[in-house]
Design a protein around this ligand. Structure first.
Ligand code: PLP
Length: 397
């Protein structure tokens, strides 16, 4: 019998489904050749970062201050970095932000954990809008909160407002929103956000305490033609924004992002201090120093998104014309496809027999659907379509 917390051992032993599929794909690639495995499992950007990323790194390393870049920064992030980011956000979103509104993080994952840890008092509930990024449940529980899950409207993948209203109670501390959404690609419309903000204000007044909205936005700039992403703090003052440079400028391994706590947020100073405190408790010390500077120099830039647009168009048009039900992605690089059979695990296994790999979304609180991560080459998408066609015929679509 081990004398260790069982939940930790379990969390570390059971990989998440995407990584399990990815590892299976690597094994298959050795057996049949990488070109014969069509892996749509992971959200690892397939396009390189914009050239400004490496230019910035070279310029910093070659500058007279190059050696000192590896030193600790202040815990909340280098002041010049926060000033530069605050100015960029003020310019881009038309609301005033200052350096003391920003806490630089080790990606969005760390930002989310800091927010949950900062806000959770014993018994506090965090409302998660399904479908949601698999780690939310772990992050909330691991940081002292209780997750409460709200299903979407399955026709639009906007929130089911009645279900949301029913989920909010006196113990609700925050609502977590991710738009553009992983795994659905849906973007919450201005109409949705207006209704959501009205509801939160009404409930906060009824229960006599703020209800925060935590907006997880790693896909904010990955948006397809004809779609826009509303700036959520414009709709609801008590919004904490968790951002990451992992997807927009293809830096997932470098671990850099921020939490933005605008001055209109209720108990702004205390919330910001609690986020800094959570970062201390979690041992983050400071976000990677070199990439803090990269973030400051590259905020608002994107990698070349045209490949995602091409892949998205090919997949969405191709799959719907074969008879599949899909959510039209407004952003991200994911497409949510309805399994032709109730158990999406069965459908994914059948596809796996053709070395076409993608996960069911049961762990995203969305059983019966599958997520296709199209941050791949266009050639892979082109090779996958005839296999989807074969599967469509096998399932009689
Ligand atoms: N939130 C969502 C919705 C994600 O999809 C991801 C990563 O895939 C994260 C957060 C974590 O991102 P990061 O790499 O910035 O920690």
């Amino acid at each position: 019998m081990s004398n260790l917390p069982e939940n930790m051992v379990q969390l570390g032993s059971r990989r998440n489904i995407m990584r399990e599929i990815r590892e299976y794909g690597l094994i298959r690639a050795r057996e049949v050749g990488a070109e014969n495995v069509l892996d749509f499992s992971l959200g690892n950007p397939s396009v390189p970062p914009p050239p400004q990323v490496n230019d910035t790194i070279r310029a910093i390393l070659d500058s007279p201050q190059g050696d000192s870049i590896h030193a600790y920064t202040t815990a909340q992030g280098d002041l010049a970095v926060r000033e530069s980011l605050a100015a960029s956000l003020t310019r881009r979103f038309g609301m005033h932000y200052g350096p003391d509104d920003l806490y630089i993080t080790v990606g969005a994952a760390a930002g989310l954990c800091c927010c949950f840890r900062a806000l959770a008092c014993p018994g506090d509930e965090f409302v998660l809008m399904a479908p949601y990024f698999t780690e939310y449940d772990i992050f909330v529980r691991g940081n002292g909160g209780i997750p409460v899950v709200v299903p979407p409207d399955y026709d639009t993948f906007q929130p089911d407002m009645k279900a949301l209203e029913a989920a909010i109670g006196p113990k609700t501390k925050a609502l977590v929103v991710n738009s553009p959404n992983n795994p659905s690609g849906a973007i919450y419309s201005a109409e949705t956000l207006t209704a959501m903000a009205d509801l939160l204000r009404r409930k906060a007044a009824e229960y006599g305490h703020p209800i925060y909205l935590i907006s997880d936005e790693p896909y904010r700039e990955i948006v397809f033609q004809g779609f826009t992403v509303p700036w959520i703090p414009n709709f609801y003052d008590d919004t904490l924004v968790c951002y990451s440079y992992s997807k927009s400028i293809s830096l997932p391994g470098e671990r850099i992002g921020y939490v933005l706590v605008g001055e209109k947020v209720a108990e702004h100073k205390a919330v910001y201090a609690a986020i800094c405190g959570a970062g201390r408790v979690l041992g983050y010390v400071n976000a990677p120093s070199l990439f803090q500077r990269v973030a400051a120099a590259c905020d608002g830039l994107t990698s070349d998104l045209s490949i995602y647009q091409t892949n998205r168009d090919l997949l969405y048009n191709g799959l719907t014309s074969m008879g599949y039900t899909c959510v039209e992605p407004g952003g991200t690089f994911y497409l949510l496809l309805k399994s032709p059979v109730p158990d999406a695990n069965e459908f994914c296994k059948r596809a796996q027999a053709y070395d076409l790999l993608f996960p069911p979304t049961d762990d995203f609180a969305c059983p019966g659907w599958c997520r296709i991560a199209f941050c791949t080459t266009t050639e892979q998408v082109q090779k996958a379509l005839p296999i989807f066609k074969k599967l469509a015929e096998e399932y009689g679509l």
